[in-house]
Ligand binder design. Structure first.
Ligand SMILES: [Ca+2]
Ligand SMILES: [Ca+2]
Length: 324
């Protein structure tokens, strides 16, 4: 796995390694009661609240009837926080216990906390054995499309493009399946230099940068900057599920990506309170997000660190009121 150009994108504050999610702080969060059905501000993680998770619940936008694909390191479907919403699992790689490959459970948990009624489809592409990783990822993308997924989260990336994965992403795009990707953690804290990570860099994918939860949403030092960054989400000290139960904090553009994916999943809700604005494809989605759901941060207007801005269901006024 360490030789693969494609790895789950988590950041290690100590070593900048992108393959080992070493920012976890398992003992700092003892909550075993956090679930998707949690609906109060005190108990939901702050990143979920800042992205509008509570307001989405209040408006009945919870991802009903939506299928979201998590192409990652596998998900602990038995974690009680998921309330049984991980409804399909297809593992193309395996052999590493989820207690070590805890990235996918954290990512899926964030999507579930944003959109608790959506069905999560778990396609595992990391682990000690199985398909070649590029093959596993491409195959997962096709399977997600064939399985009727509406949206795909890929908190993974590599420096070199794979034509196999590119074709699969283009296929998803052609089928109007939304593809959301982490921008990558090779950032050098300089917005003037570009860092690249695929599949986020391809135009068919939404490229999501990471910001912190502090006031004015500072860009995470590790977040890639480049002209392809589309939007940003919370990616520092994000609280979500860990395999086996309970929660942990993790940081990375991997964590920003599912906040955004979860927001979009909630907006795609197909229930009776569904969003009146149709989101039929990537182009419509981008227009809607730009018009209604982003707060410009950092340098005024579009910038290479945060794209068009921070995505949230909250208005700017509501967002600012969260900072008490
Ligand atoms: Ca840079
Ligand atoms: Ca800006």
């Amino acid at each position: 796995m360490s030789e693969s150009p494609v790895t789950p994108i988590t950041v290690s504050k100590a070593s900048q390694s992108i393959s080992i999610p070493s920012t976890k702080k398992a003992n700092q969060n003892k909550s075993n009661t956090l679930r998707g059905s949690t609906a109060n501000e005190e108990d939901l993680p702050p990143g979920i609240v800042l992205t509008g998770g509570l307001k989405l619940r209040a408006d009945g936008l919870t991802g009903k009837g939506v299928r979201v694909a998590v192409i990652d390191s596998g998900v602990d479907a038995e974690h009680e926080g998921f309330d049984g919403k991980v409804t399909k699992q297809m593992w193309f790689r395996y052999g590493t216990p989820l207690s070590q490959d805890d990235h996918g459970t954290h990512v899926a948990g964030t999507i579930h906390l944003m959109a608790p009624d959506a069905e999560i489809y778990d396609y595992r592409v990391f682990g000690a054995e199985g398909f070649e990783i590029d093959d596993a990822i491409a195959t997962s993308i096709y399977e997600a499309c064939f399985d009727g997924c509406d949206i795909i989260n890929m908190s993974l990336g590599g420096r070199w493009p794979s034509s196999m994965i590119r074709s699969a992403v283009q296929f998803a795009h052609s089928q109007d399946v939304i593809v959301v990707c982490a921008a990558g953690n090779e950032g050098d804290a300089d917005p003037l230099t570009n860092e690249r990570s695929y599949p986020a860099l391809w135009p068919e994918a939404l490229c999501i940068a990471a910001v912190g939860k502090s006031k004015d949403l500072p860009v995470a030092y590790f977040s890639n900057t480049n002209p392809e960054v589309d939007f940003s989400g919370i990616g520092v000290d994000a609280i979500s599920f860990q395999p086996g139960g309970g929660t942990q904090e993790m940081s990375g553009t991997s964590m920003a990506c599912p906040h955004v994916c979860g927001l979009i999943t909630a907006l795609l809700d197909k229930g009776p309170n569904s969003n009146p604005q149709e989101i039929k494809n990537d182009a419509q989605l981008r227009r809607l997000l730009k018009k209604n759901y982003r707060i410009d941060i950092g340098i005024k207007g579009r910038d290479n660190a945060t794209g068009l801005g921070f995505l949230t269901y909250l208005t700017k006024k509501e967002f600012n009121s969260v900072w008490k």
